[in-house]
Design a protein around this ligand. Structure first.
Ligand code: IDC
Length: 484
């Protein structure tokens, strides 16, 4: 995709410290008028003809606030805020206000939050706003005249993304070099020649727990020894994941996308929601996250977006509503990236909650280039699940974004007979898959023996568990991708 784009970044910093020196015996005032205030704002816009996506990072340089309103003015009358995320927007003329939503209203001193919106513009250019206020305090530096505004972000405010790599795209016989930009055609995943393909690969474990398992040596082994087509990047949202540090987790995901790209593998970005099972709980986080990763990786041809790992305890209609709000954010930034939507009952097409695929077949997501996730654990899910996947795959584009050779707990012994039946089925139907997990956790589903990630050897079979051996044998079977 070649979106004409221009990126602008402005940093505006200021402090309006209500300086009051109080003696030790003075009663401390409790009114807000006495609070120190100040703010720094970075505004980044990716623009194309008539449209743009803006990301705004707000840093509170004053005392903690509970509830905030950001104000700014568009320089051009033709600029309009459209769909926003992580804030509630109002526009009157050229003036815009953005108010916090429930989860980001409390900003500690030094704390920051990122919000964003998709907008439109009609003038000769799309200039960025140059002045911002936070709860009425101007963020322009006017109250600190002796200190010129910094021209680079202070260390406490890292930019929301790392810059795209300058490494040239891979050439030769890697999966990405052969297949290029993928798209959904009918119920299939098709390559740049419009021919159905199957991608076979591995999923990371939670990035918050096993960061040391994803390094140059392990990813080299995945690409060249396992001959994997795909790396699924499992970014938990809860359980000490994304919600604890959105900037750090976003950067970590983007770095792993680059690592997969350098090795010619597809990168499947997994927004790993699990508990709570209602994806709407994370809607604003999803919009913020996907706006960022889609804009950052828009020019790549190997990125696939998985927007909700395993919805559970919610209706298909709720999942569909979520998807129809997140997909436009991705498409505004990366128009041709495939999006995979989780299904009811831990991505079982509803089967694990007593349903079946009919609810999706009769009421599909209203967007193009979309696939549906199916997950299974071979020791827990057998014939009835296989039958439903096969039935669904005749009507819907299916992608097994996660499965285990063991029980649904992620632990226990490998069920070789059931795992073989499953992988044979996926091969026959050309259903792409990622196996849980490329990690050394002491549990049956992990591919590596415990302690492997403390060393430097990942290739070969000496470091593998029974599950790892099984999966390596299946994944490294030659791909036979069509080339015309
Ligand atoms: C499991 C991990 C386990 C971890 C747990 C935390 O294997 O080490 O303690 O998550 O929530 C899924 C989920 C996936 C689970 C996996 C196994 O997508 O996060 O991983 N599983 O239980 N769905 C079905 C099974």
């Amino acid at each position: 995709m070649n979106i004409p784009r221009s990126a602008r970044r402005h940093l505006l910093a200021a402090g309006a410290a209500a300086a009051l020196t109080l003696g030790a015996s003075t009663l401390l005032p409790t009114t807000n008028a006495m609070a120190a205030t100040g703010c720094a704002v970075t505004y980044t816009a990716n623009s194309w003809a008539g449209g743009f996506t803006a990301n705004i990072t707000i840093t509170n340089l004053g005392d903690a606030v509970d509830g905030w309103t950001l104000g700014f003015t568009f320089p051009d009358p033709g600029q309009r805020v459209g769909q926003g995320w992580s804030a509630t927007y109002q526009q009157s003329g050229q003036s815009v206000t953005a108010r916090n939503v429930s989860y980001n209203g409390s900003l500690a001193g030094g704390g920051s939050t990122t919000i964003g919106f998709n907008g439109t513009w009609t003038g000769a250019s799309n200039p960025s706003p140059t002045s911002f206020t936070l709860n009425g305090t101007v963020c322009t530096g006017s109250t600190t005249p002796t200190t010129p505004p910094p021209t680079t972000p202070p260390p406490t405010t890292p930019p929301p993304t790392t810059p795209p790599p300058t490494t040239p795209p891979p050439t030769g016989q890697t999966p990405v070099a052969i297949n290029g930009q993928l798209r959904v055609c009918g119920v299939n995943l098709c390559n740049q020649y419009g021919r159905p393909i199957q991608l076979r690969g591995m999923s990371t474990h939670g990035l918050q727990w096993f960061p040391h398992c994803y390094n140059d040596a392990s990813l080299d082994a995945l690409a060249t020894d396992w001959r994997s087509d795909l790396l699924r990047i499992a970014m938990y949202v809860q359980e000490d994941g994304y919600e604890t540090n959105p900037t750090a987790f976003t950067n970590r995901v983007n770095t792993l996308v680059d690592e997969a790209s350098e090795r010619g593998m597809y990168a499947l970005i997994d927004f790993h929601t699990l508990t709570p099972g209602d994806p709407m709980y994370n809607l604003e986080r999803a919009k913020t996250f996907f706006a960022n990763v889609a804009a950052r990786n828009a020019d790549k041809n190997n990125v696939i977006y998985e927007i909700a790992n395993e919805p559970n305890g919610v209706s298909w209609q709720t999942i569909k509503n979520y998807a129809e709000q997140v997909i436009p954010v991705i498409r505004a930034n990366d128009p041709d990236g495939i999006v995979i939507v989780g299904t009811r009952g831990w991505s079982s097409l509803g089967v694990s909650e007593g349903g079946n695929a009919t609810e999706v077949i009769n009421n599909p997501v209203n967007a193009a280039n979309v696939m549906y996730a199916f997950h299974f654990y071979a020791a827990s899910h057998r014939d009835s699940y296989r039958a439903e996947l096969e039935r669904a795959a005749a009507r819907l584009p299916m992608f097994v974004t996660e499965f285990g050779t063991v029980s649904y707990t992620g632990d226990g012994g490998v069920d070789t007979a059931s795992s073989t039946a499953w992988v044979d089925l996926m091969d026959r139907l050309k259903i792409s898959y990622a196996n849980w997990t490329y990690s050394d956790k002491a549990e049956g589903s992990a591919a590596f023996k415990p302690g492997t990630c403390n060393g430097s050897t990942y290739a070969g079979t000496a470091v593998l568990t029974e599950s790892g051996n099984f999966m390596r044998n299946r994944i490294r079977t030659p791909d036979n991708f069509p080339t015309s």
